[in-house]
Design a binder for this molecule. Structure first.
Ligand code: NOJ
Length: 771
């Protein structure tokens, strides 16, 4: 593995040997003279992101030497990157440095929980620290550009990339966006520990039809503004240096050619001053998608949209020169694309000479990195059920059966997109529990029951059942292997794969307490299985330190403080199901609802109630957005608002008292939602606007106050203009999106426009895309 050798190399920066201008000069003053000296071929070279396939560098040396490459994806290792950078900076005519891009998505060598799990922490510090440590480790091996954060809001757990997403909510996604960009880029883009971030995939990829990856998306513009755009904009607002185009076709226009997205919105309205990279092969795919007839057309359409750099394919390399000769594309367009790339390279400090003293990086998997990964895994684990205070395990528990296909699978617990993480580095729950048991006189019995999550063979059942019989408590680790989520890994069924349901049934039938620990890249569907268990921990794919984190949670050294960043459906047929839905004219009514098996034979059609529900499933999800238990209980009382009536544009405060009514210290995640009862464009039943994480000792109380601002009370129309309409609002506070605790607020006056940084407006003046 490249890391084994790399770890013994001195950790030094890749920096310029020759600076083209004084570092103190403004970036523009450095870009323009350089641009003026570039040949057309060198300019087109800057637009190329090459993928290095394999270990062999030879085929790539000449293009780098002649200035034919702007950036490198998947460099085989730090030494190879150093060599390529040296050639680019000292042997190419103008010494323009390379970017080294890589998918550092939730950790480099120290793997943090998958992004969906980081979002479940509802803790921006946890998210930021994961990204910060990822950047430090990746930079130590020469990676200076990450293809993250992925900010595709999604409401479809079938989609494999839900694992990489921040979940279903625009506000939670925006907080995640800011934290991740801050973490990757640090305080300064030119710091030796910063990586350029890449906000992706712009835009709306998470709405892929049917949850099938790469699929078409149809998103009405108002919904785009309300749901999908805010996290991207938050990432841009936090200073992300680059943006990646999405694979999807958005309302008939494949994203990489959308002038509306990239020129009008990103550049003009959001003032994005970094550069845009296409996704893998996505320019050549324009032909497959039926937008471009051939390569030249694909090049024309994507340059017009403002896609600066092409990932992997060579549509620009092959066709731009001819298009420039023919005058189809102007030199000014080419210069514009190159200028934005050079500008990022200057801002990253890549042109600067080597520092006198090389920066010394902490080693990969440094103790503090592992500690942060453990903390993140604890923070993102969601306790879904805890009957009879089964967790944390009582002192009376002397023998534990550790069962299930995911109890000891390092490679699976690190999840999808762990390119540089190793299963061998991961501390599995079995290893950590055994370690803990040694010092505490606990007995651990282990039998996987199933070799992997998809196995249908019952061969291992007998041994697993014997272990469960002999134990006081069974810890059953089930879920999905890492390979079952992520890019192109969508599923039509969300149940536990293989014979896992049978294993759960047979173990729980023994009548002893069973704790289910689920490791998965998405919400799964459990049917009645959870009812059979005493406690359920949803751990997602928690990363390198899953074992120590879960051991602390199970044995009570730590409390699970995760809350769901996405609604858990009861069945696939409910999808899409999300908390921020609109009311129908005939909302679900539990009083009139008749479940399918209760419908009298021969009942007349009108006797059943004409409301919005499923005959076989009712209306509610399995678990609502924002839900998660802890190891103590809280009471939220005295909900009040400072002003029951405010004038449009004014601010007020909502208050409540939180008390820890349980026996141990714990953390509550108190969430603020609003509902605008009547509006020109109907509003969701609830919208998350804020939350607070509050830790309290037993018996202690704290008064919480949330400020309600005009921006929070406003909503975007289809052009993105935000309106605050007078009328009645409900302000909800609670421990999940299912809360019913609210106070009314009346807003008086007339409708006002509200300036809001996220999301900004889509232009009302449309630029025809394809002509
Ligand atoms: C394709 C994926 O869609 C994107 O997210 C990733 O960054 C690139 N491949 C590079 O690996």
């Amino acid at each position: 593995m490249m890391h084994d050798t790399a770890r013994f190399l001195p950790a030094i920066l890749f920096v310029a040997l020759a600076s083209v201008a004084d570092a103190k000069e403004p970036v523009d003053a450095r870009v323009e003279p350089l641009l003026a000296r570039m040949t057309r071929a060198e300019k087109i070279g800057q637009l190329q992101l090459i993928n290095i396939d394999g270990k062999e560098l030879e085929p790539y040396l000449a293009p780098v030497r002649t200035g034919g490459v702007g950036a490198v994806l998947n460099s085989p290792g730090p030494e190879e990157s150093r060599q390529l950078q040296h050639i680019a900076k000292t042997e190419s005519r103008l010494g323009i440095p390379l970017l080294f891009g890589r998918d550092v998505i939730h950790g480099y060598r120290t793997i943090f929980p998958i992004p969906l799990a980081l979002a479940a922490s509802w803790d921006p510090q946890v998210m930021e620290s994961a990204a910060r440590i990822s950047a430090i480790e990746a930079r130590s091996e020469g990676v200076n550009w990450t293809f993250a954060p992925m900010l595709d809001v999604t409401r479809d757990p079938r989609w494999g990339r839900v694992a990489e997403s921040p979940g279903e909510d625009p506000h939670l996604g925006s907080v995640f966006a800011r934290a991740m960009v801050r973490g990757f880029q640090g305080d300064r883009l030119d710091s030796p520990t910063s990586m350029a971030a890449c906000v992706k995939h712009f835009a709306g990829y998470g709405a892929s039809e049917g949850g099938r990856d790469y699929n078409t998306t149809w998103i009405p513009e108002q919904q785009l503004q309300e749901v999908y755009l805010p996290p991207y904009q938050a990432g841009i607002g936090a200073g992300a240096a680059t943006v990646m185009t999405a694979f999807n076709n958005l309302n008939g226009i494949p994203c990489p050619t959308s002038t509306l997205l990239f020129r009008d919105l990103l550049r003009e309205q959001w003032k994005f001053d970094g550069f845009v990279v296409s996704d893998w092969n996505s320019l050549s795919q324009l032909i497959t998608e039926g937008l471009a007839a051939d390569g030249p057309a694909a090049a024309k359409l994507s340059t017009r949209a403002g896609v600066n750099m092409e990932m992997v394919t060579e549509i620009y390399q092959d066709h731009l020169a001819a298009l420039l000769d023919a005058g189809t594309i102007g030199t000014d367009v080419l210069d514009g694309l190159v200028r934005e790339i050079l500008s990022v390279k200057f801002r990253m400090g890549l042109f600067e000479p080597l520092p006198g003293k090389p920066y010394i990086y902490p080693p990969l998997l440094a103790a503090e990195h592992l500690e942060a990964a453990k903390k993140a895994a604890i923070a993102s684990t969601v306790l879904l059920k805890n009957e009879n205070t089964t967790l944390p395990l009582a002192d009376s528990v002397k023998t534990i059966a550790v069962l299930g296909p995911l109890a000891d699978s390092g490679a699976d617990q690190i999840g999808t997109w762990s390119m540089d993480g190793l299963g061998a580095d991961a501390v599995t729950p079995l290893a950590a529990l055994r370690d803990f048991a040694k010092s505490k006189g606990l007995k651990v019995l282990h039998a996987p029951g199933l070799a992997i999550s998809r196995t249908r063979s019952r061969e291992g059942f007998a041994e697993a059942l014997a272990a469960a019989r002999a134990a006081d408590v069974t810890l059953l680790f089930v879920g999905e292997e890492a390979i079952l989520s992520g890019e192109a890994h969508s599923r039509a069924n969300l149940d536990l794969p293989g014979a896992q349901p049978e294993l759960i049934r047979e173990i729980t039938a023994l009548g002893k307490p069973v704790v289910l620990i689920v490791m998965a890249g998405r919400p799964l569907v459990f049917g009645d299985l959870l009812d059979r268990t005493a406690a359920v921990l949803y751990a997602w794919h928690p990363g390198t330190m899953a074992g120590p984190a879960l051991t602390d949670i199970l044995l009570g050294a730590a409390e699970p403080t995760g809350r769901l960043p996405i609604t858990f459906p009861k069945a696939v047929g409910q999808i899409p199901i999300y908390y921020a839905h609109r009311n129908t004219g005939r909302p679900f009514n539990s009083a009139t609802y008749v479940a399918m098996d209760k419908i009298p034979v021969g009942a007349p059609q009108s006797s059943l109630g004409n409301e919005s529900h499923y005959l076989d499933l009712g209306h509610d999800p399995a678990f609502p957005f924002g839900f998660g238990l802890g190891y103590t209980t809280f009471d939220l009382t005295a909900l009040k608002i400072d002003d029951a009536e405010i004038k449009a544009g004014a601010t007020t405060k909502v208050r409540a008292t939180l008390q820890n009514t349980g026996a141990r210290r714990g953390t509550a995640v108190i969430q603020l939602y609003i509902r605008d009862r009547v509006a020109d464009i109907t509003r969701p039943l609830k919208e998350l606007k804020d939350w607070k994480r509050v830790a309290l000792d037993p018996g202690k109380s704290q008064e919480l106050s949330f400020e309600l601002t005009p921006a929070q009370l406003s909503y975007p129309d289809a052009t993105g203009a935000r309106h605050l309409e007078p009328g009645m609002f409900d302000i909800f506070i609670g421990t999940s999106s299912a809360t019913t605790e609210s106070v009314p607020l009346t807003v008086t006056g007339s409708t006002i426009s509200v300036n809001f940084t996220a999301p900004a407006a889509l232009p009302s003046k449309r630029v025809p895309n394809n002509k």
